[in-house]
Design a protein around this ligand. Structure first.
Ligand code: ADP
Length: 491
């Protein structure tokens, strides 16, 4: 079968611009798709990402892409000029096409609250298509991700419909998190050059004077996917659909769930350059050293018998930390345990963790901020990983935890349900701990169960091994995307 031409477009790609799992997926999937045969499938992949200020300032070596300089994109109220700079994804030959447009991307953050936020990402979609035109490169599939690139399918069907280059181009929209939909006033349609396309925007939103990027994408993408089978089901329900359930139900036949892969090139305790001690399922001595080193870094007393619970997370309502309030303090009072937290986000949650730290300074430590290397330390040095999410499209941290011998404690939702199997001490099977109800009571019951199992260290070692042997690599998950791309193109 011939290799596919694939354009991957997103607002985040690790390591260049990252706030969450989306960035890791783009890096891992892009790198895997482009890996040359026979190790990889060897597709012609090009990844599109804005050239944010932070990338421009990072010292990354990029080169101007010949044939894609000074491209003017006409919007009704202004013309925006961009150029493509390129550099490969790390450890690969897959090119990233950075959209260099100072007037839109030379800002502090990846995301902003500026009045032209819709245009910033409207341009991203158009820049992908404009670049393809300049290069006369016809993608088989443009793979869009989340709301930021969700207008692309509509642009393709309207503004670019005349161009035969795209006659065979199909679109896939992957929903990584339905909590972010890209809501704007419908007057933005004019700004975005879609003023005459009102009939193609979701009628409910229009009635309310709104425009949702994500809904527009769901209406017009050839196919839809999300990042786990359970989440694909959940987002079609009133509980999880966040207002999109009916629309998604209407496209149910075109919606599939594919669990994210893990890039074990980045996340492997056997040779992770970000941690000082390494280990494997057969020799866990390095993990014990990591525990000691991590506790020292968090300035907490070390006792090998006291279990360390780790948290690495955006601190938002999605992640379910409100459940800690009536559960975790009980155990902090009662048990010799540690809690090490790395996170940033809502002030309320940051303050809550700070309060825990102030109340139990010898047991709790929090690092407020975003720090890649510390995330690896916590995965490696903790004994268990807490992820009580209210909803979780896929979740990567629980999969990293499995590989780092840190059994995850998760709520049975979305990708957590699909990737963690309950530990059963009788059969010594399973990889972690799950609870169903979104309540402190349910979390407390599970913590109790975790601590009872911790006391049986022989069982615990088996639990660790089971998790470390699970394989969520892109070698396993990637072919599901390729099958989907092929189904789309009929190739
Ligand atoms: P989400 O995408 O909802 O944030 P995921 O579990 O899918 O959740 O992915 C989170 C990613 O972001 C992981 O790679 C995790 O290590 C990283 N991460 C989250 N918060 C931090 C932080 N404060 N510092 C470093 N890395 C973080």
């Amino acid at each position: 079968m011939r290799p596919l031409r694939l354009a991957l477009a997103a607002s985040e790609v690790a390591p260049f611009a990252k706030t969450g799992g989306l960035a890791d997926v783009l890096l891992g999937l892009g790198r895997w798709l482009g890996k040359k045969a026979p190790q990889g499938p060897g597709h012609d992949v090009r990844v599109f990402l804005p050239f944010y200020q932070r990338i421009a300032k990072s010292g990354l070596k990029t080169t101007p892409l010949t044939g894609a300089q000074n491209i003017d994109v006409r919007f009704p109220q202004r013309t925006i000029r961009f150029s493509i700079r390129t550099a490969p994804l790390p450890q690969s030959e897959v090119p990233v096409y950075f959209i260099d447009c100072k007037e839109l991307y030379d800002r502090d953050g990846i995301y902003t609250e500026d009045g032209d936020e819709a245009l910033r990402f409207g341009l991203l979609s158009r820049a992908v298509l404009e670049t393809c035109q300049r290069l006369q490169w016809a993608p088989d599939v443009v793979h869009c991700n989340d709301w930021h690139t969700a207008l692309l399918p509509l642009y393709l069907r309207t503004v670019y419909a005349w161009d035969k280059l795209f006659a065979g181009t199909k679109t896939l929209l992957t929903i990584h998190n339905i909590g972010y939909q890209g809501f704007f006033k419908d007057s933005m349609l004019d700004t975005l050059g879609l003023g005459d396309q009102r009939a193609h925007v979701h009628h409910g939103d229009l009635r309310d004077g709104n425009l949702s990027f994500l809904k527009t994408g769901v209406l017009h993408a050839t196919k839809l996917s999300t990042v786990s089978r359970t989440y694909a089901r959940e987002i079609q329900t009133d509980e999880f659909g966040m207002g999109m359930q009916e629309l998604l139900r209407s496209r149910s036949a075109d919606l599939v769930g594919i669990v994210n892969g893990v890039d074990y090139g980045e996340w492997n305790p056997a040779d992770d350059p970000r941690i000082p001690h390494h280990f494997t399922a057969n020799d866990l001595s390095g993990k014990a050293k990591m525990k000691a080193a991590m506790l020292q870094r968090f300035q907490l007393p070390h006792d090998p018998r006291a279990p360390v619970f780790g948290v690495v997370s955006r601190l938002t309502a999605q992640k379910g930390f409100e459940l800690f309030a009536d559960s975790i303090p009980i155990f902090l009072q009662r048990e010799d345990m540690r809690l090490c937290v790395l996170g940033t986000g809502e002030e309320k949650t940051e303050k809550y963790f700070q309060w825990l730290r102030d109340t139990w300074p010898n047991k709790v430590s929090i690092y407020r901020g975003f720090q890649e290397d510390l995330a690896h330390w916590i995965e490696a040095g903790s004994d268990a990983f807490l992820m009580p999410s209210r909803f979780e499209p896929c979740g990567l941290n629980q999969m990293y935890s499995l590989r780092y011998g840190t059994p995850p404690i998760v709520r049975r939702t979305g990708g957590l349900a699909d990737t963690v199997d309950p530990w059963d001490p009788a059969t010594r099977t399973g990889t972690g701990f799950l609870f169903d109800e979104f309540s402190s009571h349910a979390l407390a019951g599970t913590m109790d169960w975790v601590l009872r199992n911790w006391r049986d260290q022989r069982g615990w070692q088996q639990l660790i091994k089971n998790g470390m042997q699970r394989d969520f690599s892109w070698d396993r998950q990637g072919p599901e995307y390729v099958a989907l791309y092929r189904a789309l193109t009929g190739a």
